[in-house]
Structures are given as structure tokens and as C-alpha cells.
Design a protein around this ligand. Structure first.
Ligand SMILES: Cc1ncc(COP(=O)(O)O)c(C=O)c1O
Length: 428
């Protein structure tokens, strides 16, 4: 009996600890967040006192380099770093016992919490390592025949474009790619482009919820409604939106969805999630085989082999942190940060912004370019002379430097970015 009690105590401390009253989040932040909440003024458009508490919760806010490529991968707040350390230390004592016998028990509560955050049934959520794994599982798992058509775009993420091209090579699926000139502030124009490409053989539309290169928000719901009216299913790449935009997956009305959790949710690197509408799970083949590949149990997609359970379990603290802020507040803040720097930068002679600044069409990301300079040259100058980390984009018809702030980004960091762009533009 005593052994049993101590086993459960250990389970709570290791595998299922993230959501309990004694979670690290509660130990580190509950009181602080509560206090910060008192300073929140709904009438203010910036609430800097509140956000300074969030900034302090990340070591990245104190980095010597200003990190403005959070769209690539985001740092975790301290609470997630500590959870990961705690789980890693525990696992190191004997991974086969602590990971497989104890932490493993944390997967179902985690599934429940991810489902709550995503607004879905937990039986539709598979936990994996990243958006690439989630979306490749869907792309290779769909039972498509030779001649079936798939519509995507040249501006989708390369790992998914390559997956569809491989299906084309191996199975004779016909993969068509539209091309958009972003920014576009007209949903109907986007929906029409997909609709015009549909033929009687079209089976799938692949949509990237936020185009990673330049931050355009795609009208997934409108595309899905149009597609469903013609019996076509929709795969949504939500790598850049989960944990950033305030939505629930069913709001998108898509059929399949994949995301990384190490981007805007700030979970540890190597964490991801897949969602498949309940009645479609059965027909999707797992990418990594399971003894029941035709089952309707979402867990058939989790036969990933040996992997890091500490990473998986630390997702729990990232959810606590996310919920401590709230989805809407987070989206509004990150959009505010983007607008803050981009509006100022747009005033600099020779500087061009490549992204809509309206909240319906973009959030964290904006592209910027300087006349007469290549994106990689601007990127290199920013890091070399100003210690500002961004990323130069040259992809299809998109050429700009991508800037992505996160909740921990300070206004003073963005002032430094604007100042740097001004100095670089002057010399260009
Ligand atoms: C739109 C989009 N989809 C998918 C991915 C792949 O994410 P991961 O490398 O975490 O699998 C990315 C990564 O940047 C992305 O921007």
C-alpha cells in the first residue's frame, strides 16, 4: 500500500505533474500572473507593466542578441525549461523505468489538455514531434489513387510540397500548385483561385494557415466550405498558428490538421500535434506502422519508436503558461508588436513592408526589404552590426527579411530594429 502511494506520488511529480495544483507553473508564476493581472487595463492598447512580467518569464528576453525569428522556432519560458530539466534528470536515472512506466502515464492527461486548447475531442489528437511529421503522416496516409488531384501552392512549406511531389512520383497523384502574390487583403480572391483549379478529379486541397515566408493568414474556413460543397477534403498546415491565433481547430472546418508546438506555444523543441476528424481516422494509414493500421484509434499514429518523453511531458507547462496569458490576449499583443515596428519602418525611405498590417490578414510575421539590397545582405547586416537575428527569405516570388516577434519581445528591441533598418537603408 505504501509502495503504491509512493508510486502515485512519483507519477504526479513526474508524468502528470504539469496540470496539478503543485505544477511548476503554479510554483513559479501563479502569484506573479495574478498580480500582473491587477495591472491589466482593458482600455490600454499596450499594457507594458503586464507584458514586462511575461518578458521576465523568458530567458530569451535577456539574450545578447535580439531574437526576431520566432517563426522558425521559439524559445521556451523558464517554467518549460525547468520542467524539461526535471523530467530529463528523472529519466536519466533509468529511462526504461521512469520514461516508460511513469512518464508514459502523463500522455493521456496531456492529450486531454491539448484537446481542450484545440477545442477538439481528445480522441482526435495525436502527439508527435513536429508539423512535418504530422502533415507527412496525413499526406502519405491518405488513400489516394493514380490520377486523383491535389491542389496546393508554391508558397506552402517545402517539407509538405516535397511530400506531395513524392506521392506524385510514386503513386501518380496529380499535384497542382497555385501561386499567390502576397499580401492579399481579399479572402474571396484567394478562395476563387483554389475553386478555379478544381476538376472532377480533385480530392484534396492543402492550405497553409499562415504562410511562413511572409505571414499571410489564409482563409481556411472559407476554402474548406467551398471545397466541402464539392466533396473535396482539406488538409491544414497550422504550424504557424497554433498557440498564436485565437481559434479552435473545428472553427477552420478542415478535415486534417498538423502543427508544431515548439513555435508559438513555446513548448520544447521536438514537440508536435496532429488532429484528424474522428470519422476520417480509420482511413488514414499510419506513416510509422502499428499493429492495427486500419483502426479508428488515434493512438495508432503514436508508434514513433523510442523518443523523448521529457520533451512530451514538458508540453504541459507550456499549456499552463499559454492559458495563464490567454489566446486572444497573446494574438492581440503579438499583432501589436508587429504593427509597432512595421508602421515605423514603412516610413523610412527605401524600406518596403511585404505583409498586410491588418489583423484579419496577418499576426506575428512581417516581411521587410530595403531597396537595392538582397534579403540575405540585410539579414547579415542586422546580425553583424546590430545583433538582431532575423531571416532572409528568397522563396519563389517572395524576397524579404522575415521578422517575427513573440510575447517576450520588448518594445525597445523593436525600436532598435527600426533604428537599424534606418541606418542600413541610408547606406544602401
Ligand atoms: C508553414 C510551416 N509548416 C510546417 C513547418 C515545419 O515545422 P517543423 O520543422 O517543426 O516540422 C514549418 C516550419 O517552419 C512551417 O513554417
Amino acid at each position: 500500500m505504501n509502495n503504491r502511494r509512493s508510486f502515485f506520488r512519483k507519477s504526479a511529480a513526474l508524468g502528470m505533474g504539469a496540470f496539478g495544483i503543485d505544477s511548476l507553473f503554479n510554483q513559479l508564476h501563479a502569484a506573479q500572473f495574478l498580480e500582473a493581472e491587477q495591472s491589466w487595463n482593458p482600455a490600454s492598447d499596450s499594457n507594458e507593466e503586464y507584458w514586462s512580467v511575461i518578458q521576465d518569464a523568458y530567458t530569451a528576453s535577456k539574450s545578447e542578441i535580439i531574437i526576431l525569428n520566432n517563426g522558425g522556432v521559439s524559445p521556451s519560458p523558464i517554467v518549460v525549461q525547468e520542467a524539461l530539466d526535471k523530467y530529463n534528470k528523472a529519466a536519466a536515472q533509468g529511462p526504461s523505468y521512469y520514461m516508460w512506466r511513469i512518464m508514459d502515464k502523463g500522455r493521456e492527461p496531456l492529450r486531454q489538455r491539448l484537446a481542450k486548447l484545440a477545442g477538439t475531442d481528445a480522441e482526435e489528437i495525436a502527439i508527435n514531434r513536429n508539423a512535418t511529421e504530422a502533415l507527412n503522416t496525413i499526406i502519405f496516409g491518405l488513400p489516394l489513387q493514380k490520377g486523383d488531384e491535389v491542389i496546393g501552392t508554391l508558397q506552402d512549406y517545402p517539407n509538405m510540397v516535397q511530400a506531395w511531389k513524392q506521392r506524385q512520383m510514386r503513386d501518380g497523384v496529380v499535384y497542382k500548385q497555385l501561386s499567390f502574390d502576397f499580401p492579399i487583403e481579399n479572402d474571396e480572391q484567394i478562395v476563387k483561385a483554389y475553386a478555379d483549379a478544381i476538376t472532377p478529379r480533385t480530392k484534396i486541397i492543402h492550405v497553409t494557415h499562415i504562410i511562413n515566408w511572409v505571414g499571410q493568414i489564409m482563409p481556411v474556413k472559407k476554402i474548406a466550405q467551398m471545397a466541402h460543397a464539392k466533396g473535396i477534403e482539406v488538409v491544414c498546415d497550422g504550424a504557424h498558428t497554433f498557440g498564436l491565433l485565437d481559434y479552435k481547430i473545428p472553427d477552420l472546418e478542415c478535415d486534417y490538421f498538423g502543427t508544431s508546438l515548439h513555435k508559438f506555444l513555446s513548448a520544447p523543441v521536438g514537440s508536435g500535434m496532429m488532429w484528424i476528424k474522428k470519422d476520417k481516422i480509420e482511413k488514414i494509414w499510419p506513416l510509422l506502422c502499428n499493429s492495427e493500421p486500419k483502426s479508428g484509434n488515434i493512438r495508432k499514429f503514436e508508434t514513433l519508436g523510442t523518443r523523448s518523453f521529457p520533451i512530451e511531458q514538458a508540453i504541459g507547462e507550456a499549456i499552463n503558461f499559454q492559458e495563464g496569458i490567454g489566446n486572444k490576449r497573446k494574438q492581440d499583443r503579438i499583432h501589436y508588436l508587429k504593427k509597432y515596428w512595421a508602421e515605423k519602418a514603412a516610413q523610412i525611405p527605401g524600406v518596403k513592408i511585404h505583409t498586410s498590417l491588418k489583423p484579419e490578414f496577418s499576426c506575428a510575421i512581417a516581411g521587410v526589404s530595403i531597396e537595392g539590397m538582397k534579403p540575405e545582405e540585410v539579414d547579415a547586416r542586422l546580425i553583424k552590426d546590430f545583433k538582431i537575428h532575423t531571416v532572409g527569405i528568397n522563396w519563389e516570388n517572395i524576397h524579404c527579411v522575415r521578422v517575427t516577434p513573440h510575447v517576450y519581445t520588448k518594445l525597445t528591441d523593436l525600436d532598435r530594429l527600426v533604428d537599424a533598418l534606418g541606418k542600413i537603408a541610408k547606406k544602401a
